[in-house]
Ligand binder design. Structure first.
Ligand code: IPD
Ligand code: CA
Ligand code: CA
Length: 264
């Protein structure tokens, strides 16, 4: 695969998809729920995924697409060959409620190896991207390598619910972590939380359940600035399954996992 040849084409897809999403703000949206009442999908999520799939197939119909809304048909069960992992709108609740703070995410993989990642914050018009091994960029500006910092000076993205009694994680450890940190944030879009870490606006982002399309692009970009991504059990990311997730400045990654996180 010629990833450099594909780069401009992918950027053009994202820009056109972004324009379609901005236009949709003036239309009436159809909103449905999926796994639970807070898991939303709109007709725009589906239309944008279909638009991206059509563009990919026009370029090369051997490329497979693994998209959140399943519009490509056959479920993806292996990462053999070229696979595009797509979240047409990450942060659908923000999209519906705020008309901002959501992003389009595209990760391009070949035989399971990340080749290029793209996260487009549509309303801010900020495009984060990386071709593996060539550094990470935002709108053409190179992102700096992350600098080490101690936990008590760190800002970490975490959902407040994990500091309350729950079935997934020992909340006392989470409370100890929150007390240790300089601050916490919750942006409501995994892709943008990952880009906050990649740009040093946050120092880690923790989630108890993310899907391949939430992280496929972000891990490629974050890797280029030296961030570490793993599960909360410090296992390698598996892009075929949902799992826990942390992306972090390398100076605090093991300390967070070892001293503060206990999964149930
Ligand atoms: C969701 C967002 C959210 C995260 C959820 C994801 P969606 O993606 O990234 O921030 O907490 O786990 O499912 O459904 O808006 O594409
Ligand atoms: Ca998502
Ligand atoms: Ca989505």
């Amino acid at each position: 695969m010629d990833i450099h040849g594909l780069h401009n084409y992918t950027v053009a897809i994202l820009k056109e998809a972004g324009e379609r999403i901005r236009r949709s703000f003036h239309e009436v949206m159809q909103i449905e729920t999926k796994s639970d009442a807070n898991d939303l999908v709109t007709n725009i999520d589906k239309e944008i995924e279909q638009f991206i799939i059509n563009k990919i197939r026009t370029y090369d119909d051997t490329y497979r697409v693994f998209g959140e809304e399943g519009m490509a048909g056959n479920p993806v069960t292996s990462l053999e060959g070229v696979v595009w992992i797509v979240d047409p709108i990450d942060g659908t609740m923000n999209f519906v409620r705020q008309h901002r703070n959501f992003a389009i995410s595209i990760g391009i993989y070949e035989d399971g190896v990340g080749q290029a990642g793209y996260i487009y914050d549509v309303v801010a018009d900020e495009l984060y991207y990386a071709i593996a091994g060539e550094g990470a960029y935002m709108n053409g500006q190179r992102l700096a390598h992350l600098e080490a910092l101690p936990l008590n000076k760190s800002i970490v993205g975490i959902n407040a619910v994990w500091g309350t009694p729950n079935k997934k994680i020992e909340h006392e450890g989470v409370i100890r972590l929150i007390r240790k940190l300089r601050g916490t944030r919750s942006l409501g879009a995994a892709t943008l939380e990952m880009m906050a870490v990649a740009t040093g606006r946050m120092d880690a982002y923790i989630s108890l359940r993310l899907s391949p399309w939430d992280i496929a692009a972000g891990v490629i970009i974050a890797n280029e600035v030296g961030a570490i991504a793993s599960t909360l059990e410090n296992k390698k990311i598996n892009l075929l399954e949902q799992d826990t997730f942390i992306v972090s400045n390398p100076s605090i990654h093991s300390e967070i996992i070892n001293d503060y996180i206990t999964l149930k």
